[in-house]
Design a binder for this molecule. Structure first.
Ligand SMILES: Cc1cc2nc3c(=O)[nH]c(=O)nc-3n(C[C@H](O)[C@H](O)[C@H](O)COP(=O)(O)OP(=O)(O)OC[C@H]3O[C@@H](n4cnc5c(N)ncnc54)[C@H](O)[C@@H]3O)c2cc1C
Length: 308
């Protein structure tokens, strides 16, 4: 297929497109399916709307692999401000951050310091801090960072990717820190010696890992979060949770804003704990290419918005 997953993940690496496409009005309009707007206020308004239907929000300001310390500090300052907004408005909002947004590529100590500050602020505001997982080159450093932060601030969680061969072992190791794990399939282009090339293998691994995590939840060792739009898979996981006697609240279902919205509401109506990850900010190019890679048919939104 000419416009398959690999095509969009290759485009995501282009700095030229990153600098230019974000200025094209018709592509900006197409992103609105997946983000309520670029301003943090747009995300806060979306959170208030989602809360009316009983869904929590996870905020994420787009931007990754930043290249100077001032930008990392600006991201840290932004999230400190956002936690204050969450507390002031009493909204059910959490935050999710990428280590490279906090400067992991520039200075690992600085990244660690900012992550600790954000975790402390989340705790002070009655909120929660998530650490996203980026491509496989960052996995060791991100897990180490999470273990350190989690030891001091329990209300922190980590994303883990089912497509990586190493993940079963990573999850087993993480059990020592009573983790909160958001299990996702994985969004990056990875070589075949690192991750399953076939989607069916990732799907199978996801279910097996979810079973391990539910068994750990039953023993009180883990809070599993299932971050996927694969509704049939979520159905199987919920059935397995029931079988094990692990009730809603001992696990959660998280999805992205604008994707499977009716199903999100249906899971919520069925008594599940559901949270929606809301992205905002102007650095959306790489993130948007990953959304097109997940479902190339999404390119239809771009074409339709180009045609007005
Ligand atoms: C809350 C949350 C947090 C995430 N955090 C991370 C992270 O930290 N690191 C990381 O690598 N990845 C992350 N991801 C992305 C994840 O790895 C997958 O790339 C993404 O969720 C698509 O896979 P899927 O599980 O939805 O399953 P799929 O099998 O790909 O899709 C299941 C169904 O959902 C629909 N669907 C999936 N994606 C889209 C889309 N973009 N547009 C429209 N329909 C779609 C498909 O049509 C299909 O019917 C996160 C995802 C979620 C939901």
């Amino acid at each position: 297929m000419p416009f398959g997953r690999g095509f969009f993940l290759a485009l995501a690496k282009s700095s030229y497109l990153n600098d230019h496409v974000t200025k094209w009005g018709f592509v900006r309009r197409a992103t609105r399916k997946f983000m309520p707007g670029e301003a943090p206020e747009d995300a806060l308004n979306a959170c208030a709307e989602l809360a009316k239907g009983g869904r929590g929000t996870i905020f994420t300001k787009l931007g990754e692999a930043i290249t100077n310390a001032a930008e990392a500090k600006a991201v840290r300052d932004h999230y400190i401000w956002l936690f204050d907004q969450i507390r002031a408005t009493n909204l059910p909002g959490h935050v999710s951050v990428k280590p490279t947004q906090l400067g992991l590529d520039i200075d690992a100590k600085m990244c660690e310091e900012y992550t600790f500050e954000l975790a402390a602020k989340a705790q002070a505001c009655g909120s929660f801090l998530w650490i996203d997982m980026e491509d496989s080159a960052y996995v060791d450093r991100t897990i180490d960072l999470y273990k350190k932060v989690k030891a001091r601030y329990p209300d922190t969680g980590l994303a883990i990717q089912a497509y990586l061969f190493r993940t079963a072992k990573d999850i087993a190791d993480l059990m020592t820190v009573n983790p909160v794990i958001r299990l996702v399939k994985g969004a990056y282009a990875e070589p075949p010696h690192v991750a399953f090339p076939r989607k069916a293998d990732t799907d199978r691994a996801y279910y097996e890992l979810s079973d391990t995590m539910l068994q750990a939840a039953k023993a009180g060792n883990c809070l599993p979060i299932f971050g996927t739009h694969d509704v049939a898979l979520v159905g199987r996981i919920i059935a397995r949770a029931k079988e094990l006697g692990v009730g809603p609240g001992k696990y959660e279902v998280h999805m992205l804003y604008g994707i499977k919205d009716a199903e999100q509401m249906r899971f919520r109506a069925d008594g599940q704990v559901v949270k929606t990850l809301v992205s905002y900010g102007s650095s959306w190019f790489k993130w948007y290419m990953r959304r097109l890679a997940e479902r190339p048919a999404n390119v239809g939104f771009v074409i339709r918005s180009m045609l007005g």
